[in-house]
Design a protein. Structure first.
Length: 291
């Protein structure tokens, strides 16, 4: 009845044209089955799945291993009791069989293979309905993360990380200017606490200004001192909040090797601190007076 169907309707009609059938109208109030089919199913355990989970291990083998665990003085968790010769844990009217340590790995492996390499979350949800032992969730997660089939075939659902890029190298002066800050000078009787550094990546020429703060105004003054000689084409800096107020390009904080000024400033700061420490030690050395 549609004159110009879209591609989806056209594909449906093409698919249905392979079959012979009669179309009968049914009102929406009575069309319950179709409405159920269009909805996402509730994630619940069906009877056959529950039977399959329980039958992964026989009751007789479980009783034997539980008795062996008691003889070997394996710790039985609290709130467990014996019912029909089987050690179980009862919680909210749910009876869960206690699995000794010897059977745990084989049970997880068999469950993982029989149910089609489920993820850790679904395995924990299903296995915890029938079985119990300490650190069950942790053991399942460790096994799934070590499964070679899962690791090589399953797609990662995490968001992809951004690609990293190399800035430079500079081919001429003032093409790339890197800026950074050296701190920690408040303990040397100085009114200034920070030294802001700008370095030309091509010539390694450096500009330095001292200040009490790390505000945007301080970085603007640093950039102005560079621009007084020549206008830089690109300025590279870290992600400090004071720099975010200035329109410049920032590097990745986890890869400081991108910023030349940061590398040099860090090296110089170590030398500077060691030098000041030696001066302080010499100044406060006890002097022995000769008689």
């Amino acid at each position: 009845s549609v004159k110009k169907p879209n591609s989806r309707l056209f594909n449906w009609s093409l698919k249905l044209s392979q079959y012979s059938f009669d179309i009968k109208y049914q009102s929406g109030k009575t069309n319950v089955e179709a409405d159920c089919l269009s909805r996402s199913p509730i994630d619940r355990i069906e009877n056959d799945s529950h039977i399959k989970i329980v039958n992964l291990i026989s009751k007789q083998d479980l009783i034997i291993e539980q008795n062996n665990a008691i003889e070997n003085k394996e710790a039985i968790p609290k709130r467990c009791k014996k019912e029909n010769d089987l050690i179980v844990r009862v919680k909210n009217n749910f009876h869960k069989a206690f699995i000794p340590e010897k059977l745990r790995k084989n049970l997880i492996e068999k469950f993982h293979l029989d149910f089609g390499h489920l993820g850790a979350g679904k395995m924990q949800k299903l296995m915890s309905t029938c079985y119990f032992w300490p650190n069950l969730s942790k053991n399942i997660s460790t096994f799934v993360n070590c499964c070679k089939v899962c690791q090589s075939n399953k797609l990662s659902r995490r968001k992809t990380l951004g690609s990293l890029s190399q800035i430079g190298p500079a081919k001429e002066p003032f093409e790339i200017i890197s800026i950074d800050t050296i701190g920690g000078f408040s303990g040397y009787n100085s009114s200034k606490q920070y030294i802001h550094v700008a370095i030309d990546n091509f010539t390694r020429f450096a500009w330095c200004i001292a200040s009490k703060t790390q505000s945007a105004k301080d970085f603007i003054n640093l950039i102005k001192s560079v621009s007084s000689i020549n206008k830089p084409k690109l300025i590279v800096a870290d992600r400090y909040t004071g720099i975010k107020e200035v329109t410049i390009r920032t590097d990745n904080k986890y890869y400081p090797e991108i910023n030349e000024a940061r590398k040099i400033a860090f090296q110089n700061s170590k030398i500077n601190r060691e030098y000041n420490k030696n001066l302080y030690d010499k100044k406060h050395d006890p002097i022995t007076l000769k008689e």
